[in-house]
Each structure stands twice: as C-alpha cells, then as structure tokens.
Design a protein around this ligand. Structure first.
Ligand code: 3HC
Length: 690
C-alpha cells in the first residue's frame, strides 16, 4: 500500500484516506490500495470500526475515466465495494465535495454515510453513456424510493446533501468536523453486526408501485440517444426481483457492454476534450484576475455577456449610445436577470441589488474604469473599426480590448485600436448567460499575457474557452458554413428541406439546418452572403435557394414563412408546397437531374463536409486539435454529444479510412492530438462524395 491510501487509527477507528489528486478518481492503484487497507483494518485488533474518506477537494468523483478505453485491471471496483460491504467492522463513508459515480458507490456499499452540508452526491454515468457499474443500480434502490433512484441514475444530476439526507441517500450531515463526526458515528456502530445494504428490502414493499415507476421511466426514455438509459432501467427493475449477486452480474454485463459502445467513446472523448480545450497553451505567463468589465452594446448578446459576468461576481458597466437605447438595455438586463433568478442560476439578491453590481451608462469614457472591455455592437466592419480606435484612445495601455465578432477580422480591429497586443476575440454564443462555449480568438499580435488572461477570464465566468486563430468564422462558423453548404447541395440535387432536417434530427441534432435558419432569420445569412458576394469564386457552385426565399419575403419564423410555413394560430411549422415548387423551378433552371437521398446519405455527406472543414482548420493552424473542434460544435452548435463532435464521429464511423492512406505525407506538428489522420482530409478539399 503506497501513499495513495493513508491509514491512521484514532481511538479504535481506522481512517482510510484516499489521496489521488485532483479528484481522487478510483484508479487501479487506488482500488488496490483500498483493498489492502481494508484487509489491514480487519486484521488490526486495535480497530473496531472504519471511516472511509478522501484528502483534498473531494471524495472520489468516480472511476478513472482515462482507464475506460483500456483492458480492465483487477481489483475491479465492484469487488472493492463488495469488500467494504462484507467488512466485519462497520465502515462509515465520510463524504465531502462531489461524491460521484464509483465514489458514491463506495459510499452506498458502506454501512453508513455522513456528508458535509456543502457536498453533493450522484451517479452521473449516464452522461458518459454508461450506467453505475459498481453496484449503484442495486444498492441505491435499497436505500431510497424508486422514483429518487430512477431520477439519480437517469438524470445523472448531483444531489445536494440536504436533499440526499431527506431521501435516504445519506444518513447524516456534518456541520462541523467531518472526520470527527464520522468517527463518532463509526464508534456508535462498532460492536454491532454491520447491516449490509444488499440485505435491505424495505424499499421493495410496494412491488406494483415499483414496477409502475419502472414502466413510466421506460416510456419517458424510449427515445434516449444512447442505450445507457434503457440498460439502467433494466438493472433497476431487476433490483427487487433478482438475488443481489445476480443483479450485480446483470449490472456488470451491461456496464461492460455500454463501455465499449461508440457512444460511450464519443462522450468520454468530449468530457476529456472539454477539459483539454480549456487549458491555455503551455508557457504563457500568469493571467491577471479581472474584476471590472465593461460591455459595449446592450443588445441581447451584450446583456447575456453582462449577466454571465454578474453571475460570477464581476462588476459590470454596459455602455450604450443614447438615453433611449440605455433605457431599453436596462429593461433587458433586468428581464434576463429575472429569468436567471427564476431558473435558480442567480440569487435573488442579485436582482435586488442589480444597480449595485451593474451600471448602464451612455458615457463612453466609463470604459476607462474597466480592466476588460468586451465590444458587442452590431456586426458592421466600419462601425467596429471606429469603436476600436476610440477604445484605444480612451483606455489605459493595460486594458484588454475584446471583440465578440462572429466573423470579422480580429487583426484588423487590433490594428484600428493602435494597441494590437491588447486585443483578443471573445466569441460568445447566444444566449450568452447560458451557453458554455467561448471561442478565444488569438490575433497575430495578441500578447501572451492577454491570451492567458482571456482564457482565465472565460473560465472564471463558467465558460469553456477554446482557442481559435483568425479567419472568417473562426472554428464554429466555418464548420457550420460547410455543413450548410453540403445541405444546400443536397437540397438543390433532389432532397427536400424537410428530408434534410428529418435526417439530421434522426442523427441527433435537436433541429435540422433549415429549422435553425428559419429560427435565426434567413435575412441574417442573406445579408452576409450579399456582403461577401464580391469575394466569391465565380466558378464555385452557388445555391441560390436561400436568396430566392428572402427575395420572396420569406425571412423565417418571424415572418411566418421561410423554409417552412408557420401556422398563424398555433405557430407550428408546416411543410410548404410553395417552397418545394420554388426549389424545383431552380433545379429546372440549372438543368439539374435530381436524385433521391436516403437519410443515411444525407447524414454522411453533412458529416464529411463538417469533418473536412475541421481538418482544414487544423491544417491552417486555426484550431489546436481535433478535440477543440468537436468541443466547439457540441457546445455551441448542437452537434449531438453522443456522436462526439464531427471529427470524432467521422473517425468512429470509419469515414476517414480513405485519408489514412495519405498518412505517409504527414508532417509532425506539436499541436496535433487525437484523430491525427484527419490532417490529410484537407488534401482532398471539400469533398461531398458520400
Ligand atoms: N476520472 C479521471 N479524471 C477525472 C475524473 C474521472 N472520473 N473526473 C475529473 N477528472 C479530472 C479532469 O479530467 C480534470 O483533469 P485535468 O486537471 O487534467 O484537466 C480534473 O480531474 C479536474 O476536473 P474538472 O476540471 O472537471 O474540475 P471541476 O472542479 O470543474 O469538476 C467534477 C469536478 C464535478 C468532479 C467533474 O470533474 C466531474 O463531473 N467529473 C466526472 C464525474 C463522473 O462522471 N463520474 C463518473 C465516472 S464513471 C464511473 O464512476 C463508473 C462507475 O460506476 C463504475
């Protein structure tokens, strides 16, 4: 047994403390250490009870996710849990921080559980395409009612200690010294034969009610994106029906089956990629902690950014053009804060003291009081250049000047400011108080300390920062454009917008590309196309259908018609023959011989287009890694998480095998991480031949 498990005996209680930073994940070494420590405590005559705890910020947050892609190593976690449960001396789990997954399962196998008031417990495996695989599905329903058990397993949401106590997930809350309280509880239990969770059946007294809840859960989760929910429900159903060990065996089989699915691999990839993306490049200087932020422009985006800052304790000044827009911004700010309070994302005190934390002003000079200014005005190049010139003059040389532009050239704005080293892009996604993604766009001259501080700032307001280089659309909008172009080609070649939307929904997107366009307003992308018209390659294929719809006044949902027609009474989207006729007319005008496309081909072509664009971004050095692109598309553009993002999905579905032949051409690149073969997809250009 190494230092990874500390063993200490105080007044007859052996305290076993897991010490595996940062989150005490239950690696093979921890499992081995725990087993030996348990054996030692059993054999130690001076010990009458055991407390299981952990050092650092949290009780184990689960099995070690990094081990999942590899062959399992003994002892397995279910065996460790069984050993805890079988201990002849009572074991008390002392929980703090986030006792999650396998960590909480150690607790469930213990003979009693005590937790700090701030801690949370939960079984989040579903978010990784898994089910609790160390007895959770069999022990949890023995400790709590079936609906709580179903909710904990199927939502994966951590449960605060107070609720956990009410529902029987834990036995006590410690308001003082957790270890002292856990030792006292252990001493109370010492001498009496421990009561193993496996022997409890009180929660199973109402068999009919239990089964009804199971059936209802099965109905609700019938269309779940992965198999995990269905398997978890099977295991929970089995808990009262099968002998305990048979239930455990069922759970283990299901866990191993799920662990090896592409969905679980995809979800695991995103979990790790999100954390990797949020790490700034190595070698950057220490960041500055930013407390005072000014937001230029109080539209929906500006206000969303302001609220995200307020939620994390920043002082915010919103700068508006005139008294009229300032009044509207103030009302908008209040309403977004109200909505956040009602969703429990902000405390009521924020609403009550809104004017203490934020100011809406028309005085541009107030930017001088901020450490960071985020420009969130209309997407107009001349306007933004002018604003950056003014910002350069009105702020101190240390102020960081950020733009929230979605497409415009950050280097150009940096030059306009006269202080290019201080300029960076912070590209938020709407609604910015909710969406977790923030592209940190690093310009040619952005200073290293500005890059480091921009990353730290985004993290400090709860966002996942992803580094992007300067290009039209950065990472996300570049890939989105490729996706839409692929969809437009299919549209012109024979698929209807409704077929394409249905295919992409079936793939896992919540909305298809034409539903999204209708929702955003077709005029927005039309304006951009018109702006870029002169730069378009006249030889390149151009699909005019979106333009024709706009010319007919069909701007999408807000106009009552776009790719769909919106029922005047119900607002429901309906298919529209006029749209199909317009598309058909265009096909005839272009002399296109139409083809029919299966959902599978539609999905495949859209995926190839996204993956190819992703590989170009890697080749150009705009994105640091394939994982970064996947994170952007999953967090910002609704790419289905269980597919892992476009590059992981392309890799998992074998679409990239063609490119593997080109591997020999690879040039080594320090930024290159997973999905290395994608690099070569760029060589093929934007091919849509699915
Ligand atoms: N395994 C391996 N590493 C883990 C991990 C895990 N289960 N959980 C977190 N980490 C790592 C992260 O990758 C990160 O590493 P890094 O510093 O090298 O980037 C580090 O721990 C800190 O994690 P976060 O950045 O996420 O820190 P936060 O404070 O924001 O969040 C947390 C902490 C709430 C514990 C969050 O990390 C989390 O939700 N972890 C995963 C929980 C989970 O899904 N557990 C179930 C695992 S599956 C399981 O237990 C199967 C069992 O039933 C058999």
């Amino acid at each position: 047994m190494g230092d990874i498990i500390r063993y200490e005996v105080t007044e007859g209680v052996a305290v076993l403390s897991i010490d595996n930073p940062p989150v005490n994940a239950l690696s093979a070494e921890v499992r081995l250490g725990l087993n030996s420590a348990l054996d030692r405590a059993q054999a130690d005559d001076s010990v009458s009870a055991i407390v299981l705890t952990a050092a650092g910020r949290t009780f184990p947050a689960g099995a070690d996710i990094r081990e999942f892609g590899k062959p399992p190593v003994e002892p397995h976690l279910p065996d460790v849990c069984n050993a805890i449960e079988a201990s002849s001396k009572p074991v008390v789990a002392a929980l703090h921080g986030m006792a999650l997954g396998g960590g909480f399962e150690l607790g469930l196998a213990s003979h009693a559980r005590i937790a700090t008031a701030q801690s949370k417990v939960g079984l989040p495996e579903i978010g990784l395409g898994l089910l609790p695989g160390a007895g959770g599905t069999q022990r949890l329903p023995r400790l709590t009612d079936v609906s709580t058990a179903l909710s904990v397993v199927l939502t994966g949401k951590p449960v605060p200690a107070s609720v956990a106590r009410e529902r029987g997930l834990i036995d006590a809350i410690s308001e003082g010294d957790l270890i002292a309280d856990a030792c006292a509880l252990a001493r109370d239990l010492a001498g009496k034969p421990p009561r193993p969770t496996r022997n409890r059946r009180e929660q199973f007294s109402d068999g009919v009610g239990y089964q009804k809840a199971i059936e209802e859960a099965r109905r609700v989760h019938a269309d779940a994106p992965t198999m995990a929910a269905g398997r978890a429900i099977d295991c929970l159903e089995a808990a009262p029906l099968l002998p305990f060990d048979a239930g455990l065996a069922l759970e283990r089989d299901a866990f191993l089956e799920l662990r090896d699915t592409p969905e679980a691999a995809a979800l695991r990839h995103l979990f790790l990629a999100e954390r990797l993306a949020a790490k700034p490049r190595s070698g950057l200087p220490a960041p500055t902690d930013l407390k005072r932020v000014a937001v230029l422009g109080g539209g929906l985006m500006g206000v969303g950014i302001a609220v995200a800052c307020l939620a994390r304790g920043k002082a915010v000044t919103i700068i508006e053009q005139n008294a009229d827009t300032a009044a509207k911004t103030e009302a908008r700010l209040r309403s977004v804060v109200e909505r956040s309070v009602s969703r429990k994302k902000l405390p009521q005190s924020m609403l009550d003291g809104l004017s203490k934390h934020s100011i809406v002003t028309t005085q541009f000079g107030m930017v001088a009081t901020a450490q960071l200014v985020i420009e969130a005005i209309a997407e107009d190049e001349a306007l933004k250049k002018d604003v950056f010139a003014k910002l350069g003059a009105a702020t101190s040389p240390k102020t960081i000047l950020a733009t929230n532009t979605s497409y415009l050239n950050v280097d150009m704005l940096a030059q306009a400011s006269g202080r290019p080293g201080q300029v960076v892009g912070l590209h938020f996604f709407s609604p910015a108080e909710v969406m977790k993604l923030c592209e940190v766009v690093v310009g040619k001259e952005t200073a290293p300390e500005v890059e480091a501080t921009a990353f730290a700032f985004a993290k400090s307001i709860g966002k996942v920062p992803v580094r992007a280089g300067v290009c039209d659309g950065f990472i996300g909008n570049r890939v989105l454009t490729a996706y839409r172009t692929a969809a437009d080609y299919l549209l012109e070649d024979g698929a209807s917008p409704y077929d394409i939307d249905a295919a992409m929904r079936a793939y896992g997107f919540r909305l298809g590309p034409y539903q999204v366009l209708d929702l955003a307003g077709l005029d927005i992308s039309w304006a951009r196309r018109k702006r870029l018209a002169t730069q378009r390659d006249p030889e390149a294929r151009y699909v005019r259908i979106g333009d024709l719809l706009c010319e007919a006044g069909r701007f999408g949902r807000k106009a009552g018609a776009g790719y769909y027609r919106y029922n005047a009474d119900s607002g429901k989207a309906e298919r529209d023959r006029e749209v199909l006729a317009l598309i058909e007319k265009e096909r005839v005008a272009k002399g296109i011989t139409t083809q029919s496309y299966s959902a599978e081909i539609i999905q495949r072509r859209c995926l190839i287009a996204m993956a190819n664009e992703g590989s170009k971004l890697l080749g150009e050095g705009i994105a640091r890694s394939a994982g970064d692109i996947d994170v952007v598309m999953a967090l910002g553009f609704g790419f289905p998480r269980h597919k892992g993002g476009p590059l992981k999905a392309a890799e998992l579905s074998g679409l990239l095998s063609v490119q593997r032949d080109l591997e020999a051409l690879a040039k080594e690149d320090a930024f290159w991480t997973p999905s290395q073969t994608l690099k070569h997809a760029a060589i093929n250009g934007n091919r849509f031949d699915g």
